[in-house]
Write a protein that binds this ligand. Structure first.
Ligand code: CA
Length: 238
């Protein structure tokens, strides 16, 4: 099945070019000229949408607001289509949750290359078993079925306990977990371990995250209590 791509763009000539280029590359593109129609298609029946190409200047809304709405409903990747200048600053400067952007005029090849790159990063249409969470400056994706964890698009090689600790933290982002709670969540035999065992595994987990994104530091220490994930956006799809 070809990956379904929504093009939300009000200029027919641009939409046609994109449709042709995407179809040639084996995608199933679908054009919507307004934000309202695009949003309806995203939540409508049919194959899950693999990616949204989103024009910033739309007749009924703007791409920034629409991206926020999309984000509140779905973890689908969003590639912005922007004019040069101020629009790019806004795409980069706001916490919109867009995955990338291209500036107009663009070559169709540039767009299809970006689309492929985003889909390769592991942001394929999320199934119910994928947890997405984006603390500021970073991005977690955990596939419970495959037992895989990605951080900022990079696969993580985690031990069993590191994986379970991360899963426990991701289950309730922002909530502070005590060491006891984490141990109960992650260990088969929690009574046999010490608080500092949790600390030791958090330390190695943090080192692995730091190797991917040195400044993100998504796991926060709450002195005297335990650990929590930094605030961000979650995305367990409905
Ligand atoms: Ca436009």
């Amino acid at each position: 099945m070809s990956p379904r791509i929504l093009i939300i763009e009000d200029e027919p000539a641009i939409a046609d070019t994109l449709r042709y280029a995407l179809r040639t590359e084996g995608f199933a593109p679908e054009w919507h000229a307004t934000g309202r129609a695009g949003l309806a298609a995203l939540g409508g029946p049919g194959e899950p949408v693999a990616l949204v190409l989103l024009d910033v200047g739309l007749p009924d809304t703007n791409g920034f607001d629409l991206c926020r709405t999309i984000r509140a409903r779905s973890p689908v990747p969003v590639l912005f289509l922007t004019a040069r200048g101020g629009e790019i600053d806004r795409v980069l400067g706001l916490e919109l949750g867009g995955d990338d952007y291209v500036t107009k005029p663009f070559s169709p090849r540039e767009v299809t290359a970006r689309v492929k790159a985003i889909l390769r990063r592991g942001t394929q249409p999320a199934t119910c078993n994928v947890i997405r969470y984006k603390p500021e400056g970073s991005d977690f994706a955990m596939d419970e079925e495959r037992h895989e964890a990605h951080f900022c698009g990079q696969p993580l090689e985690l031990t069993r306990y590191e994986y379970r600790l991360l899963l426990a933290l991701l289950a309730r982002p922002g909530r502070v977990f005590s060491r006891d709670e984490l141990m109960t969540a992650a260990w088969d035999d929690p009574g046999s371990s010490l608080d500092r065992t949790v600390d030791a595994h958090i330390k190695t987990l943090r080192a692995k995250l730091r190797a991917v994104a040195p400044d993100a530091n998504p796991i926060q220490t709450h002195r005297g209590i335990g650990y929590a994930l930094k605030p961000g956006r979650s995305g367990r799809p409905a």
